[in-house]
Design a protein around this ligand. Structure first.
Ligand code: ATP
Ligand code: MG
Length: 509
């Protein structure tokens, strides 16, 4: 007898429907899985046969063939255990077929005892099942909260094979009409900007960067507080919106980063990969392709501490996502796209020995300093909107008992600037910010006063800035004006924005 059950394979951050076909026919006992399965899928039969036995069922005698279609798509991992087990039960007549089991989707890994283990990629799986109008979706109980994020689908979270059979043959319940109540995560971090003494100019640059979602580079001597400041950035970020949270959860679900019992991600991502990370680790890769750190930081922060220590190819690979907010991986056999709209925060010393003038003091040579700085290419620097020097903190301020301004108070100003951007871009995209404006939006929303315009054209000529730097100055000055509650961009905003573009000239000469 032949049966067909729907499931899906993960491809990038999307699910691709897979039909699990099972056929039991008379003949010498043999079992075969076909349809480009990897080792974990081939081993599936061992898990399935033990769990069938331990749940009171049996593996049928005869020729058992399982086909995973489409046959040209690589199938990975143990996620097909459950649909294979259900297919065998139906094909061998141990479970009757009914109208209820038609258009039923199933996914899950089986333990030898028959228990069903959680898997990665449930969110894209349920989204695909909804798109294909599944009657019901049987999935592991561990992934129940993640599955609930998508309303309008009948999900049946099950703990073991017996429960799965029951869910499969019974009438579907009513689907949830809406996603569970969404409440953005409150900052539970113990870190706060009030602990950072002094460094007012750096805090101001960070405030601007977060307000407009601009990329930021911090340069300074060791122990100046660059890492300390960067780690406090999540405490001033506006909370995630529901739309952003679903996008973030989808990527983390596909990457297997959601813990059992966890549902929607409500905290903004803050990713800080180690500088030994590979290009694939940063932008994604593999076959089937997996998202990298840049995509895991989507709608959040990608913090690259000790920037020049990163592999050159890993840094250069960030040029496309920094510009376009997405990564397109092209390989001989496929091409895949990952969203990667993140805020880049990078930190570095101005020389290999730490301080800016060390070559003058003989601690390292000028050539060594230039070699170190040149690990960060000009085009990458050009894509960073704000470059700011983090000087050694003032010892007097360090010893003061008085606390600096709290993260909550900085976040309040940022929220107001974001509200202005929300109103400005509501007809284009609710997710757009000043930092991610394209040339059309710059033209439309960055109106300069006549004196600001004169100042900018003079500066462009004197400093020989690139066309990209011109756009970045306009975007940053738009954010500075939003923070000041001004509609038109004035001279002071342009001057401040230009000051964040001069550091590369000072060091990279
Ligand atoms: N402005 C400050 N206020 C209070 N403490 C500070 C300040 N700056 C630095 N510190 C202290 O110095 C420590 C070292 O700072 P941090 O690690 O951030 O320096 P860094 O600039 O990242 O150095 P490196 O270049 O070596 O990575 C912090 O953990 C903190 O205790
Ligand atoms: Mg550091």
């Amino acid at each position: 007898m032949f049966t067909r059950i729907f499931s899906a394979a993960l491809w990038g951050i999307e699910s691709i429907p897979v039909e699990v076909e099972t056929d039991v026919s008379p003949g010498l006992p043999s079992t075969r899985v076909v349809g480009l399965p990897d080792a974990a899928v081939k081993e599936s039969l061992h898990r399935v046969s033990s769990s069938l036995k331990n749940c009171g069922f049996s593996l049928p005698l005869g020729k058992l063939t399982i086909n995973l279609a489409p046959a040209d798509l690589k199938k990975e991992g143990p996620i097909f255990d459950l649909p294979i087990a259900l297919g065998i039960l139906q094909a061998s007549g141990q479970v009757g077929s009914s109208e209820e089991s038609a258009d039923c989707w199933a996914i899950g890994e089986l333990a030898l005892s028959g228990k069903i283990r959680g898997i990665k990629g449930i969110l894209p799986f349920v989204a695909k099942a909804k798109e294909k109008k599944a009657r019901k979706v049987i999935l592991p109980k561990e992934n129940a909260l993640e599955a609930q994020i998508i309303p309008g689908v009948v999900t049946c979270p099950v703990e073991d094979l017996k429960e799965a059979v029951q869910a499969w043959t019974s009438a579907p319940q009513k689907p949830l009409a809406a996603s569970p109540c969404f409440e953005p995560a409150k900052s539970a971090l113990e870190k706060d900007f009030s602990e950072v003494k002094g460094q007012e100019s750096v805090k101001r640059a960070i405030e601007i960067a977060v307000s407009g979602f601009h990329n930021l580079l911090l340069i300074g001597p060791p122990g100046g507080g660059k890492s300390m400041l960067a780690q406090r950035i999540p405490t001033i970020f506006p909370p995630l919106s529901l739309e952003e949270a679903i996008e973030v959860t989808n990527i983390h679900s596909a990457a297997g980063k959601i813990k059992p019992g966890e549902g929607l991600i409500t905290a903004r991502p803050f990713r800080c990969p180690h500088h030994s990370s590979t290009e694939a680790g940063i932008i994604g890769g593999g076959n089937p392709p997996r998202p990298g750190e840049a995509s895991l930081a989507h709608h959040g922060v990608l913090f690259l501490d000790e920037l020049p220590e990163f592999r050159r190819n890993a840094l250069e690979a960030l040029r496309q996502p920094l510009e376009e907010g997405k990564i397109t991986l092209c390989r001989a056999k496929f091409s895949v796209q990952f969203p990667a709209r993140f805020m880049l925060v990078a930190a570095m010393n101005p020389s290999p020995s730490g301080r800016a003038q060390d070559y003058q003091a003989g601690r390292c040579s000028f050539a060594q300093t230039q070699k170190y700085l040149n690990k960060v290419s000009g085009p990458l620097l050009d894509r960073i909107d704000l470059h700011i020097e983090v000087p050694k903190p003032d010892p007097k301020l360090l010893m003061e008992k008085k606390q600096a301004e709290s993260s909550a108070s900085i976040a309040q100003r940022i929220m107001e600037a974001r509200a202005i951007q929300h109103r400005r871009f509501k007809d284009i995209s609710l997710l757009l910010t000043n930092g991610k404006m394209g040339p059309k939006e710059i033209e439309r929303f960055c109106t300069l006063s006549s004196s600001a315009s004169r100042l900018l054209s003079q500066a462009l000529e004197d400093l020989g800035l690139s066309a990209r730097a011109y756009g970045k100055i306009l975007k940053v000055s738009r954010t500075i004006s939003d923070l000041a509650g001004k509609e038109k961009i004035e001279e002071e905003a342009i001057l401040e924005a230009i000051s964040y573009r001069t550091l590369d000239r000072q060091y990279w000469t």
